[in-house]
Design a protein around this ligand. Structure first.
Ligand SMILES: [Zn+2]
Ligand SMILES: [Zn+2]
Length: 197
């Protein structure tokens, strides 16, 4: 996903904040530093930073179930595609032409399988975790997700209050950002920032 710049405004004060979605690569590391998992983040309001921050998006059972369902759908698509071409083709045509979309579908399945395996592995690694999601800037657990829904260019009321002000927060702008990838930032399995990988 290309990084996207989101702009948040408050209807009552001059608060304005930009948030770079998918702008930073973050990874969990095992305590010995040997294993890494990618860390999903989401925008959240941190009560300690008093700012919109990137917060952890912990892999839940529901998230894993969504990945499983997506994989099943892709496999079903593959079965249907193969069945459709089996009906249409005669035996001498089998080697003639590649089935359109087959390679792409197989690649999607492979990616999905990798993502599901990574999710399972991370959930296991995080099973001893005793805290909720953390602010990825200061490590505080006093952080709440900001619901984005779909990201659109048009201004949109988010239905959340600017804490301590009472104004209505809106997501007013978004642009895709081009540029080189930033360095990876590492966190331990408790969601605390590590200085070394
Ligand atoms: Zn405000
Ligand atoms: Zn914070």
């Amino acid at each position: 996903m290309a990084p996207t710049l989101l702009r948040f405004d408050c209807s009552a004060c001059d608060f304005q904040h930009e948030y770079l979605l998918a702008g930073q690569l973050r990874q969990y590391c095992s305590d010995d530093g040997a294993q890494h998992w990618s860390l999903r983040d989401q925008p959240g309001w941190c009560a300690d930073c008093q700012a919109l921050v990137a917060m952890e998006c912990l892999p839940t059972a529901e998230y894993q179930a969504v990945l499983v369902k997506q994989l099943l759908c892709l496999r079903l698509d593959l079965a249907n595609l193969l069945a459709a071409h089996k009906v249409q083709r005669r035996w001498w045509q089998w080697r003639a032409r590649p089935i359109p979309g087959l390679v792409q579908l197989e690649r999607q399945i492979e990616t999905q399988e990798t993502e599901l395996a990574a999710c399972r592995s991370l959930r296991e690694a995080l099973s001893a975790r005793d805290s909720g999601p953390r602010c990825l800037t200061c490590g505080s657990v006093r952080v709440a997700p900001v619901p984005l829904g779909s990201v659109e260019a048009a201004p949109r009321e988010l239905g959340i209050e600017h804490p301590g002000c009472g104004g209505e927060m809106s997501l007013s702008h978004s642009t895709a950002v081009q540029g080189s990838s930033p360095p990876v930032v590492h966190y331990d399995l408790q969601g605390r920032r590590r200085l070394r990988p």
